[in-house]
Design a protein. Sequence first.
Length: 221
Amino acid sequence: MTDVEAPHLHVTRTAYDTVAADYAEMFRDELAGKPVERAMLAAFAELVLADGGGPVGDLGCGTGRVTGHLATLGLDALGVDLSPGMLAQARRDHPGLRFAEGTITALDLADAELAGVLGWYSVIHTPPEEQEPVFAEFARVLRPGGRLLLGFQVGEDQKVRLEQAYGHEVSYDVYRLSPDRVIADLRDNGFVLHARVVREPEGWEKTSQCYVLATRAATAR
Ligand SMILES: C[S@@+](CC[C@H](N)C(=O)[O-])C[C@H]1O[C@@H](n2cnc3c(N)ncnc32)[C@H](O)[C@@H]1O
């Protein structure tokens, strides 16, 4: 981690440390009722395995609920997250998996170390104008031909301030992202689009949800 930390990293970490136990409880079984999300994760896993497999990073893994799901799909999944509180939940729920503290803005992973990167609702706390370097970092740690799957709430890159979350008083920002802008940024960083799926809001959701599956080109930017 750098000496001078971006302000959004500090506030995001503090917020997730605060809500970690309740987040784990609320979302532990959420995927069971999400067939579209499971389909995207299954497609991602199938593509990684068809390419010969290899380590897959759930980057911004939170409580590890999706890291665990990736492992059940046969992937060699590891998790990285900013929040020690979220990671404590992940290690408790998934004692057989590897989890490390870190930031998607500067990953402690070697060039081309991963066969797959999952960014499942984890870039949503990075201001949109600062996301391109994150996608460059995803490209750096992915091997050529490696697969990327992103999940995020759809919007026009607008900021939403959260003062209450998961039963706690908090203070942090989430961004509803433009799929076109995300995909353009990915292309600028050497990714080829494979699929874009937009699901209508359901339950308590206020926006559509977008899942973007892409492949790191043989020669990144
Ligand atoms: C909405 S939660 C999603 C967690 C998990 N992917 C899931 O679907 O349950 C967002 C997570 O991203 C993490 N996060 C946000 N910004 C991050 C960053 N710059 N580096 C690493 N993790 C980050 C937060 O700590 C939090 O655990």
